[in-house]
Write a protein that binds this ligand. Structure first.
Ligand SMILES: Nc1ncnc2c1ncn2[C@@H]1O[C@H](COP(=O)(O)OP(=O)(O)OP(=O)(O)O)[C@@H](O)[C@H]1O
Ligand SMILES: [Mg+2]
Length: 625
């Protein structure tokens, strides 16, 4: 992680602040105005207090009586100053708060939006825990110094005002100020430089801790069943311990510098009193002036700390900003085109792969990428079902990803109804194709929400129609609250097969014209799987738009329903034809299908599927959970 030298941390930190100001100039102006008003009133209050002591209290002691007129005037002045100070504080606090939280919200939105724009390949290279921490703690860290920033800027103005007023009062006292204020500033800068590497380290460790936590909770099942709780806990606590040490070292530094920063203005007050006493005796200044200046140093101490707060947070801000920018500047998003397929067209779409080559990007830039697909050419004609068959790792899921444009080919084209998918607009693509992935994903929401995904125009009737096609209406109807049942995080309250059919229904509810099923019914009873596919091919009663289907399948019954079978091995189309033709002519194909069938058969003997009841009953027995 680039933390750079501490010198450029200051420069880069200031440029991050500059960006914040450019993004929220008006709110910043309000906050700084409030802060400047406050600063000027601090100076004014010092002079009024000086005047009260010099012109009211001292003469009163001398005379033995109080000049009520002067006292009333002073009281009124102090009251007025207090009111303006309150207004100043109010403006500053409100402005700073608005600015900080608006920036946080804006950047959280930008970062999460960016995640969704970035291609799948990028996500595969970045851990979920890191993404979470980028959108959360890094965004927060980047805008941390915004809270004290207006105060610090107002304080700088106040310090200039203080030095000017000191010079107007007495040059000797002004010299004390000129010695103390730059020293304060220098101390703050040293502080922030020392802080920089500690903060950067802490910020990086925060992300790592959240990454490990995320992974262990995500893999709770594996961790528990493999009895790795102790090791996982140790892995986590080692990193948590490092974070603790990093934060303690931040705290220790703060412990040293905070008192120093507090003490310096007090030393200034002391110096003013010493120097002032000589000047008073020499007749160069009055009691009023001495009291004013001494008081000024006392009241300055607190606001000057604001500069320290900003400088101390800058390193953390830079560390956070670097991590946020890494996301915002990430390249490789796949821009959509402008073309649209006729949205009213109810007919199935044609999918055509022409000489498609594809290789995943290497995990690290210097490693060679491996070609996963070479010269893949095939067509799924409108309304037809094409089965994609091949051994594990052959590239079937990769073909499915290309078909719905999760990734783009390195060479060749993927076309829908003759239009290159790269030229299609995002909504047109989403309305035309649907992928049911190998690993189903279910949101922690109701069954209904999981199927509609808030897409417009999908009513309960459509939801039930889709569920029927996916052979899922039975179990959903049996759920305690039907469509309103919450399914739990990632659908934990559903069985594997139920989850698969829910995601299938989700795809169907959008009435896609091309349906891509990547082993999407593997956890479903083979008979149910065949019934689903048959239902998709010949929807009854006009329910569900007929779609072209590309299906990754293993089971003979499923494959036999396809109009054509494409057999892939090691990223190449080895053979194509009907199931019967391939069985007769391609030895590899026959072996694969037979082997799979055997395994399936054995499995069926040994264990029950998650559904054992006949598919027609609608009253299914759920074994899992
Ligand atoms: N994100 C990735 N990065 C690098 N290589 C990948 C990635 N995803 C898949 N591969 C590789 O690409 C090849 C094809 O993978 P793919 O997932 O398409 O196979 P598949 O035919 O779907 O296999 P299965 O039947 O096991 O699902 C494999 O060799 C795999 O290791
Ligand atoms: Mg696969």
């Amino acid at each position: 992680m680039a933390s750079g030298t501490s010198r450029d941390v200051l420069g880069r930190g200031l440029s991050v602040l500059g960006r914040a100001i450019r993004e929220q100039p008006r709110i910043f102006a309000v906050a700084v105005s409030g802060s400047v008003l406050f600063g000027l009133m601090v100076i004014a209050s010092a002079y009024v207090v000086g005047a009260v002591v010099g012109d009211v209290v001292v003469p009163a002691i001398a005379r033995g009586s109080v000049g009520t007129g002067a006292l009333a005037l002073a009281a009124a002045a102090l009251f007025g100053i207090s009111v303006l100070r309150v207004v100043g504080i109010f403006g500053r606090r409100l402005g700073a708060g608005y600015m900080q939280f608006r920036l946080q919200a804006a950047y959280r939105r930008r970062v999460t939006r960016r995640y969704l724009d970035l291609p799948l390949a990028w996500h595969q290279r970045n851990a979920t825990g890191t993404l979470l921490s980028n959108a959360n703690s890094d965004v927060e860290a980047a805008w941390y110094p915004i809270a004290p920033l207006p105060f610090a800027v107002g304080t700088l103005v106040m310090l200039v005002g203080a030095v000017v007023s000191l010079f107007l009062t007495d040059w000797a006292l002004a010299l004390v100020g000129l010695a103390v204020f730059p020293a304060l500033f220098a101390l703050n800068v040293i502080y922030s430089r020392r802080m920089a590497p500690r903060q950067a380290r802490a910020q990086r460790l925060r992300a790592e801790v959240s990454g490990i936590a995320h992974e262990s909770f995500d893999g709770a099942l594996v961790v528990k069943t493999m009895g790795r709780e102790a090791e996982e806990t140790a892995r986590f606590s080692a990193r948590a311990g490092e974070l603790r040490d990093a934060l303690i070292s931040v705290g220790r530094l703060r412990g040293v510098f905070d008192p120093l920063l507090e003490t310096l203005p007090s030393l200034g007050t002391l110096a003013v009193l010493v120097v002032g006493a000589f000047r008073l005796r020499a007749g160069a200044i009055s009691v009023t002036e001495l009291v004013s200046v001494a008081f000024l140093f006392t009241v300055l101490a607190f606001p000057v700390r604001a500069i320290g707060w900003v400088l101390a947070e800058l390193p953390r801000s830079v560390a956070g900003w670097d991590r946020v920018r890494r996301v915002l500047d990430a390249t490789g998003e796949m821009p959509y085109g402008e073309r649209r397929l006729d949205p009213a067209d109810p007919t199935p779409a044609t999918l055509a792969f022409a000489d498609v080559r594809f290789g995943y990007e290497p995990a690290e830039a210097h490693l060679p990428g491996t070609e996963v697909l070479g010269d893949v050419t095939f067509t799924v004609p409108a309304g037809k079902t094409v089965a994609l068959v091949g051994p594990t790792g052959a590239g079937k899921s990769t073909i499915a990803s290309l078909a719905v444009r999760l990734v783009d080919p390195g060479a060749g084209t993927v076309a829908l109804d003759g239009v290159d998918v790269r030229e299609l607009a995002a909504d047109s693509l989403a309305a035309t194709v649907a992928l049911v992935a190998q690993v189903p994903f279910v949101f922690d929401d109701t069954v209904r929400a999981n199927i509609t995904l808030d897409r417009p125009g999908i009513g309960d009737e459509d939801v039930w129609a889709a569920l029927r096609l996916a052979e899922a209406d039975g179990f959903v109807a049996a759920l305690p609250e039907g469509l309103d049942t919450m399914v739990g995080e990632r659908g934990t309250s559903l069985s594997g097969g139920q989850r698969q059919r829910l995601t299938l229904a989700r795809a169907l509810a959008g009435r896609p014209r091309l349906l891509v099923l990547d082993d999407a019914t593997s956890a479903v009873d083979p008979r149910v799987e065949a019934a689903i596919l048959a239902g998709l091919r010949a929807p009854t009663g006009g329910q569900g738009a007929a779609a072209s289907i590309l299906v990754v399948a293993y089971r003979r019954a499923t494959i036999a329903l396809a109009d054509e079978v494409i057999y892939v091995e090691q990223g190449r189309v080895v053979a194509r034809g009907t199931h019967t033709e391939l069985l007769a002519t391609v030895p590899g194909y026959a072996d694969l299908v037979t082997a799979y069938e055997q395994a399936e058969h054995e499995r069926e003997q040994n264990r029950t599927y998650d559904e054992v009841a006949p598919l027609t009953s609608g009253l299914e027995i759920e074994v899992d959970r």
